[in-house]
Design a protein around this ligand. Structure first.
Ligand SMILES: [Zn+2]
Length: 262
């Protein structure tokens, strides 16, 4: 057996961190100059680390299930230490009295098997974690949306009930202006026939034509509170008409109401 072959066997034990200091140094020096051994070390190290750092697991003999085994690493390390000499002063002497090295390889193989099982165990935990994280993110988004909705509704409520709001009575409801915000608040609108919706219109100050605004549907009691997205101070008139779903660019029916804002 040449130095390289012997070293390759030591690499497995070195990766486990079970090599006596002298030999470990020899392996480190060899790894720096031998691509093959270095590759073997890189192949083994992650698996060994997985055993060291993960919640250790091994197959339960009775059930075959993967169960945590906190003593596993200790047992592997003890096994490895028994298979290599521990009190040697130099590498040459170590080579001479070194016992059979196969157990170290067997241990390394067992270690890899355990690492694979552990990894599988971790993958399923990770999947669960990712799912939970996705759910939390989704709930967070939902909560933000609800917060925004509540804030918007609070603003609406204040605008609609404020004593300095201006109210313009129309059939079945009113148009409300508070500051620069504009609302249509209806309390007994008829349900439009299938395929039809209500649409709001605004006439800007100085304009000759109505500008189309939002479409909406009253609830089953005929109630609709609509924020009209516009600068209320620039609006001279507000109207509502019944239009085909999706809305129209110009009114296609006689308005339900037209009201001048003064
Ligand atoms: Zn080598």
């Amino acid at each position: 057996m040449n130095g390289h072959d012997a070293m390759l066997e030591d690499v497995a034990v070195y990766a486990l961190g079970a090599l006596p200091r002298e030999q470990a140094r020899a392996v480190r020096e060899h790894l720096a100059s031998c691509a093959e051994c270095a590759a073997e070390y890189r192949r083994l190290k992650p698996a060994v680390d997985a055993v060291a750092y993960s919640a250790e697991a091994c197959p339960d003999a009775a059930s075959g299930a993967v169960v945590p085994n906190p003593r596993l690493k200790t047992r592997i390390m003890d096994e490895v230490r028994r298979s290599v000499p521990t009190r040697l002063s130099n590498v040459g002497e170590m080579r001479a009295v070194r016992p059979i090295v196969w157990p170290a390889y067997a241990v390394a193989a067992a270690c890899l098997a355990v690492a694979l099982i552990t990894t599988a165990f971790n993958i399923s935990l990770n999947e669960e974690l990712h799912q939970t994280e996705a759910q939390v993110a989704q709930l967070g988004t939902h909560a933000k949306m609800l917060t925004r909705q509540v804030a918007a509704q609070n603003t609406e409520l204040v605008d609609l009930t404020s004593s300095d709001s201006q109210h313009y009575a129309v059939e079945d409801g009113e148009v409300v202006r508070h500051g620069n915000r504009l609302y249509i608040a209806m309390d007994s609108m008829g349900t439009p026939p299938r395929g039809k919706v209500y649409q709001a219109w605004i006439m800007r100050k100085g304009a000759a034509k109505m500008t189309p605004s939002v479409t909406f549907m009253p609830d089953r009691k005929g109630i609709a509170v609509i924020h009209v997205p516009t600068q209320a101070s620039q609006v001279a008139e507000v109207a509502v008409s019944m239009e085909p779903e999706g809305g129209s660019k110009q009114p296609t029916s006689k308005p339900t109401f037209i009201v001048k804002l003064t």
